[in-house]
Design a protein around this ligand. Structure first.
Ligand code: NAP
Length: 289
């Protein structure tokens, strides 16, 4: 049986460190890290995610504000709100919660966020810095959380074969770039990939983000591999499951994240980490993590 990677505990430990660092920053400079989330429409999953992010931000002593708009908001109004938050000195991190209603082009609005406040790492400048391996950007929160988990398991990732299943802008692509930066050998798969089971068998570390419940089967996984399951899917029974068939995967993997309680908490704590780093930069202080 494989080791279960307890994302909740690892995230809680990191939150404690972030809370202490936030207090130190405030004492030294008077700056309180500030996070603002813009939410458009009434998508229930988005409501829940924003609520969790807000509670976590308050837990570690940050200022938090949520700005909610109806789905019919005009592009000009949304753009004006982003411009206002870009200028606000008490806000260091801005998130535009996705998905947006179909009439609003997410790429347009993401590129309106000041890159120095883009704590989701989705502005083209930050995504480009990751692509080019340049420092000073922000890395998307889920890939950053996955890397943090892996660093608790491995002293070095160099030379390992990493398979990333799913190549979304939010998860798969930045994940692959991040692993390349760790000197891993990386492959990516998507919905048109041929013979995925044979490909999965080559991976020392398999990271899955496809949004397809229990799709990856245990027998596809290399014996002893580490499996990070990013997927969050609600079955008709109400049960939340990942993209990996946990029971069969557990028999082959060396270590595996559960869903819930694996990658999810790491995504939230990575957002807190990025927000704190943004506040440190704003205050002209070196970020100690
Ligand atoms: P997305 O934007 O829908 O992208 C899904 C990707 O998976 C696409 O690249 C798609 O391929 C690929 N794909 C779909 N079915 C596939 C299959 N059968 N075989 C191989 N590839 C397949 O999704 P996302 O935003 O990355 O999210 C993926 C999952 O992660 C969702 O369940 C989401 O809820 C979850 N998620 C969790 C967290 C967390 O914190 N735990 C954070 C973000 C997302 P094509 O490009 O060919 O269409």
């Amino acid at each position: 049986m494989s080791r279960i990677i307890d994302g909740r505990t690892i995230a809680e430990d990191l939150k404690t460190k972030l809370s202490t660092l936030a207090q130190d920053l405030e004492q030294k400079t008077g700056v309180i890290p500030g996070l603002a989330i813009l939410r458009v429409g009434e998508d229930p999953a988005s409501q829940l995610y924003v609520q969790r992010k807000g509670l976590s931000a308050k837990d570690v002593g940050y200022h938090f504000e949520e700005h909610v708009f109806p789905a019919w908001i005009s592009p000009d109004m949304l753009e004006a709100k982003i411009a206002e938050l870009n200028q606000a000195p008490h806000i260091h991190g801005i998130i535009l919660q996705l998905p947006l209603p179909p009439q609003l082009d997410k790429f347009h609005f993401l590129s309106r966020i000041d890159p120095s406040k883009d704590v989701d790492g989705l502005h083209p400048l930050n995504a480009g810095k990751l692509f080019q391996g340049l420092p000073g950007g922000f890395i998307a929160c889920t890939p950053l959380g996955c890397l943090t988990l892996l660093q608790t398991l491995y002293a070095s990732l160099e030379g390992l074969t990493v398979g990333v299943v799913g190549c979304s802008l939010l998860v798969g692509r930045p994940m692959a770039m991040l692993m390349l930066q760790q000197d891993c050998t990386v492959w990516m798969a998507h919905s048109k990939t041929q013979n995925l089971p044979a490909l999965c068998e080559t991976a020392d570390i398999l990271i899955v983000a496809i949004g397809n419940p229990q799709f990856i089967q245990g027998e596809w996984i290399r014996k002893g591999a580490t499996v990070l399951d990013v997927g969050i899917n609600r079955l008709t029974s109400g049960e939340i499951v990942g993209d990996v068939d946990f029971l069969s995967a557990q028999k082959r993997a060396g270590a595996i994240t559960p869903v819930p309680g694996g990658v999810g908490p790491m995504t939230v704590v990575s957002l807190l980490r990025n927000t704190l780093e943004a506040a440190f930069r704003y205050a002209g202080q070196p970020f100690p993590l």
